[in-house]
Design a protein around this ligand. Structure first.
Ligand code: NAD
Ligand code: TYD
Length: 354
């Protein structure tokens, strides 16, 4: 059986990718490398526990020797790199870990992968791919009338998170141009869906609403994000891995620009329908709070290259994806309760103290 190696496969997008991948008929096996930080959760992988096609390894991507050993044993035909520190607010309070994992970690991983790739025979080298999962946040912030980000937009990262992701993108690009490593880079917009850690806007709003807590909206609530259902991101990654051109970058987005307050209102309305309160609406819990420092005003993605070259378009609308997501959180209370304990409490009291 051939294999792929995934980093960060116990996180939100990585776990969705692993589960989606193994549901495909005839899928390759997966070696799943994850450090299990606060954001990594093996409960998200319960469906594939005991599946011989899934090998989980608790490893830090900064540990080049350990990653090299896994590559040697499992001989993957591709490496998909999801592992990262991913939350902007955490990067503002403590940027050091973002430099360590996103920059040093990506470099360490590239070193291990390059040595492995150089040792392959010619046909395996040609077929091999290193797919780096990145974000639209590397392009900075758009004005209200500016066109969405394209693959040629200038890098202008504004937060420690986006700056660390931008640095990792540059390093991946350099390994292609300098050493010929066959890389693919994806820059995707904001994802939402099952298994997302409730520090990000959508799962935080759902879990706080259900717990009767306030729903914090930063600043005036008019910052814009382009939202994509996580399952659509996973499909895009599969297409790009299968048919993307080595050395190319692909933007992935949902064509779904929404202000934060629109998102929160839609979530409240869905909850009012699916789990009504005894009295009043979940909208009553909305609280405008102090803005995020350096808060990017607008992100938007032009995903036409992906549509034209590979025929990918999202399957979910914002409304259908959000409904699925709310239903998932309502039906998976055990996962939510598990996640809401421990480290999560410390984060919430630090971030929302004021
Ligand atoms: P996440 O924070 O939910 O998960 C990250 C995973 O990486 C966790 O399982 C964590 O344990 C693991 N990890 C962290 N540091 C590690 C290390 N040093 N070694 C090994 N594993 C480590 O993140 P996510 O939302 O699933 O994002 C996945 C990737 O997609 C990231 O690279 C992120 O930048 C990118 N991305 C995310 C979004 C989004 O909206 N969430 C959008 C575009 C791109
Ligand atoms: P987030 O989910 O953290 O993603 P990102 O910062 O990577 O876009 O935030 C999405 C938007 O929601 C962003 O503009 C910040 C805002 N936001 C709030 O208004 N309140 C919150 O409690 C959080 C976590 C985010």
């Amino acid at each position: 059986m051939s294999n792929i190696l995934v980093t960060g496969g116990a996180g939100f997008i990585g776990a969705n990718f692993v589960l989606d991948w193994l549901r495909q008929a005839g899928a390759d096996g997966i070696v799943n490398v994850d450090k299990l930080t606060y954001a990594g959760n093996r409960e998200s992988l319960a469906e594939v526990e005991g599946d011989v096609r899934h090998v989980f390894s608790q490893i830090d991507i900064c540990d080049t020797a350990a990653v090299s050993c896994l590559l040697k044993v499992h001989r993957p035909r591709a490496v998909l790199h999801f592992a990262a520190e991913s939350h902007v607010d955490r990067s503002i309070l403590a940027p050091g870990q973002f430099v360590q994992t996103n920059i040093v970690g990506t470099f360490s991983l590239l070193e291990a992968v390059l040595a492995y790739w150089q040792g392959l025979d010619m046909s395996a080298r040609e077929a091999f791919r290193f797919l780096h999962v990145s974000t639209d946040e590397v392009f900075g912030s758009l004005g209200p009338a500016e066109p969405p980000f394209s693959e040629t937009s200038r890098y202008q990262p504004n937060s420690p998170y986006s700056a660390s992701k931008a640095a990792s993108d540059h390093m991946v690009r350099a390994y292609h141009h300098t050493y010929g490593l066959p890389v693919l880079i994806t820059n995707c917009s904001n994802n939402y869906g099952p298994f997302q850690f409730p520090e990000k806007l959508i799962p935080l709003t759902i879990t706080n609403a259900l717990a009767g807590k306030s729903l914090p909206v930063y600043g005036d609530g008019l910052n814009v994000r382009d939202w994509l259902y996580v399952g659509d991101h996973c499909t895009a990654i599969r297409e790009i891995l299968a048919r993307g051109r080595a050395g190319e970058t692909y933007n992935v987005g949902g064509w779904n620009e929404k202000t934060n307050i629109e998102v929160v209102h839609t979530l409240c309305d869905l909850l009012d329908e699916l789990k009504p309160k005894a009295a009043g609406s979940y909208r009553d819990q909305i609280a405008f709070v102090r803005d995020r420092p350096g808060h990017d005003r607008r992100y938007a993605i032009n995903a036409s290259k992906l549509a034209q070259e590979l025929g990918w378009t999202p399957a979910e609308t914002f409304e259908s994806g959000l409904r699925k997501t709310v239903q998932w959180y309502l039906h998976n209370e055990a996962w939510v309760q598990d996640v809401l304990s421990g480290e999560y409490r410390n984060w919430m009291s630090k971030q929302y103290a004021a």
